[in-house]
Design a protein around this ligand. Structure first.
Ligand SMILES: [Zn+2]
Length: 48
């Protein structure tokens, strides 16, 4: 089940896919702005 969504390519992915990468970024395009879609409402998670 997808928990996150990329802010650029708009693809969805799970938190396990994020763990593989160093830091929080899209596993498809590398974009650093990820939207959390786990709960109702969208929360922005921005990588430092
Ligand atoms: Zn992306």
């Amino acid at each position: 089940m997808a928990n996150y969504r990329c802010g650029r390519c708009w693809k969805t992915f799970s938190d396990e896919q994020l763990k593989v990468l160093p830091g929080i970024r899209c596993p498809y395009c590398g974009y650093k702005i990820i939207y959390m879609v786990r709960r109702p409402g969208i929360k922005t998670v921005k990588a430092t």
